[in-house]
Design a protein around this ligand. Structure first.
Ligand code: XIL
Length: 332
């Protein structure tokens, strides 16, 4: 059957995709491709705080329940994205926190315990903290979490998550660490310090929103350094972009107006190299998997987010496999 012919059947580690649960369940063609290629699933946004937590402090679990149900029915690993992220922290939480560290810590403990506890045993792993560092360089991002609780909020978040679901694999997740040495070093220092303090952290997530012009050697270097920690390594949000999106995420620069055959071939090569670097550099026992952030150029977040037209994924707008798909497959 088609179920036996996808990417996942050629891989020795889980192959995942992030997807919007709404389009997944309403679009049967998309669903078919999702089931045939992937054995791991992440929600692009429906598992974030601002989608769950209502202004009156109540929770709306309905979308999370749906994705849990989908993962279980289709025998896929569900990856939780995410528990603490500045960008999905509701405004009202920031306002209520003010400078009140007792309140904010209590709130965080309650949120993480309730959420990770409710889905205990159903979520294989979590991005516990997402993007704690500035886009570039090694400074901590000045979020409400950092500003009110100090750097220790990270240790606390992991501790609460582990208490709520002791079997979940817990990740620190960030972007640009494959190419920004300062940011990579800061991340590695953070996870090493946490490990030394006995904080339950089990993995590093490389978002891997990369551009075509990032040299493979640069990525290989970062993967090696991260793998040397002994932690699980997840390529958690993979896409390969042609145009320039800038690091402050305020927009992008359109360099290519269309994707030529030459570009398609180059992208296929890049996907192939990425997956083979992952296989060759990260020891098998640390290969948590590779996850695409949407798997087709119709649904990719890049275009909307950076106000660009790009082609960063492995399926085209018509949901046909691109050379990138076969490049990835070849690398497996
Ligand atoms: C993105 C989603 O894909 C979009 O739909 C949403 O508008 C913004 O967030 N890094 C992350 C993800 O960790 O949560 C982001 O997801 C993409 C960048």
């Amino acid at each position: 059957t088609i179920q036996d012919k996808g990417l996942k059947d050629h891989a020795e580690f889980p192959i995942g995709t992030a997807i919007k649960i709404g389009s997944l369940t309403s679009d049967l063609e998309l669903q078919e491709l999702q089931k045939s290629n992937f054995n791991s699933i992440t929600s692009t946004s429906d598992m974030k705080m601002n989608r769950i937590l209502l202004e009156d402090g109540n929770y709306n679990w309905s979308r999370v329940d749906k994705i849990v149900d989908y993962a279980q029915t289709n025998n896929q690993r569900l990856f939780g994205h995410n528990l603490i992220w500045h960008s999905s922290t509701p405004k009202w939480v920031e306002e209520k926190a003010g400078k009140d560290s007792l309140w904010l810590e209590g709130f965080m403990k309650d949120y993480i315990s309730t959420y990770a506890g409710r889905y205990k045993g159903k979520v294989a792993g979590w991005d516990v903290v997402n993007e704690a560092f500035e886009s570039a360089g090694g400074a901590m991002r000045e979020t409400v979490w950092y500003n009110v609780l100090g750097e220790d909020y990270i240790a606390k978040a992991f501790t609460y998550a582990h208490a709520a679901d002791p079997n979940a694999v817990l990740f620190y997740n960030d972007f640009n660490i494959e190419r920004d040495t300062l940011k990579l070093n800061a991340t590695l220092k953070l996870v090493k310090d946490l490990k030394e303090k006995g904080v339950p952290i089990h993995g590093i997530g490389f978002q891997m929103h990369i551009r075509m012009d990032i040299p493979d050697e640069t990525i290989a270097y970062a993967l090696k350094k991260a793998a040397d920690t002994g932690l699980q390594i997840h390529l958690s949000e993979v896409d390969i972009i042609f145009n320039k999106h800038n690091d402050t995420r305020l927009g992008g620069v359109q360099i290519f107006d269309e994707i030529t055959d030459e570009m398609k071939t180059a992208q296929a090569e890049k996907y192939k190299n990425l997956v083979s670097m992952y296989r060759n550099i990260v020891p098998k026992a640390q290969q948590f998997g590779i996850t695409f952030w949407e798997f087709n150029d119709r649904d990719t977040w890049i275009n909307g987010f950076f106000n660009l037209k790009d082609w960063p994924t492995i399926y085209n707008e018509k949901l046909e496999p691109k050379p990138a798909y076969f490049g990835f497959l070849e690398g497996l």
